[in-house]
Design a binder for this molecule. Structure first.
Ligand code: FAD
Length: 287
């Protein structure tokens, strides 16, 4: 199914991201996560790709296959430049085809000690061009950054490269997480000025641990507003209050985004279905 068909129907799309199990022998965790999400009925579930290879016993494509076959939900398989060559991408295309998976999120990937820049694909746009040529049946999504990607030369160049990804064939964008909706609105306006027409989903992450979110924002460049910072500090030693306050924060963000008619909400579930379910229950009548 083409991503475009999910948008522009008077509703805000609600989608979810999960990640593959990190340790071998923990495939059951995927079923637990997906069982826990099964009352949500999202427009699609995307599954991340661990640059440098997943160390668990199911790959991104295997999990997308489970999402599709066992749960009847549209999957999106993440695929990165990092850790891949033309040959390994050809193999991924073959596997996607075999599993009848037609939606892919094309990314550069996070560069780490384990996985450096790909010789064949430097940027997501290179991967999009290759996928469009080798597998025209695929519907391609791409990432975007309300607070600007940390490697960017400028806000303007980041938006222009986003537009380049659209021109190369990306038909849908999912945003990096952000905690201040004004950052998203300002970014959204810039994409419209740049003539980007594809739907853009707003990436929302319910915070589940103070240390975890501080590590995450230090890598992805998102900022933590004072309002959220006060919650992290006040409730860090009270797990129930911490969870309740962070879920309330995410619900507040989503309510405001939906009221402003964003194309979609992409919830980073962190494989924590209880939090995702609570958030969905609170916003489902708004969507
Ligand atoms: P690009 O689009 O290549 O952009 C990277 C930087 O280069 C930006 O600063 C951009 O402005 C610049 N740029 C882009 N094109 C060009 C060009 N042609 N010439 C010069 N500069 C250019 N990482 C994973 O490893 N696995 C995942 O599953 C994963 N899922 C993600 C899902 C979402 C929704 C998001 C937002 C991110 C995800 N990431 C994932 C992280 C992502 O891989 C990193 O943010 C990465 O650093 C950039 O990826 P990109 O596809 O946006 O790269």
């Amino acid at each position: 199914m083409q991503m475009k068909g999910l948008f522009n129907n008077g509703h805000t799309t609600f989608s979810i991201e999960i990640f593959p199990p990190k340790k071998p022998g923990t495939i059951e965790d995927v079923y637990t996560t997906l069982d826990g999400l099964s009352n949500i009925n999202p427009s699609f579930i995307s599954c991340t790709y661990g640059a440098g290879g997943n160390s668990g016993d199911a790959t991104t494509i295997d999990i997308c296959s489970i999402i599709k076959e066992k749960y009847g939900i549209l999957p999106i398989a993440h695929l990165t430049c990092v850790g891949n060559t033309k040959e390994t991408i050809d193999e991924a295309i073959r596997k996607l085809d075999e599993a009848s998976i037609t939606n892919v999120l094309a990314l550069r990937g996070d560069i780490s000690e384990r996985a450096g820049l790909s010789e064949d694909f430097k940027h997501a746009s290179d991967l999009i061009v290759y996928l469009k040529e080798k597998a025209p049946q695929l519907n391609i999504s791409a990432a975007c950054y309300p607070e600007v990607h940390p490697d960017s030369e400028s806000v303007v160049s980041d938006i222009l490269y986003m537009k380049q990804k659209e021109e190369c064939g990306a038909e849908h964008f999912m945003s990096q997480l952000f905690f201040d909706n004004e950052d998203f609105y300002s970014f959204w306006e810039k994409t419209q000025i740049a003539g980007i027409k594809s739907p853009i989903e707003a990436g929302i992450m319910p915070v589940t641990s103070k240390a975890g979110i501080l590590r995450m924002v230090s890598m992805c460049g998102a900022s933590i507003p004072k309002k959220l910072s006060r919650i992290l500090n006040k409730y860090e030693n009270n797990p129930q209050a911490f969870s309740d306050a962070c879920i309330a924060y995410a619900i507040d963000q989503i309510s405001d985004l939906v009221a402003n008619d964003v194309d979609g909400i992409h919830l980073y579930s962190m494989n924590k279905p209880e939090a995702a379910q609570r958030i969905y229950n609170a916003v489902k009548n708004l969507l």
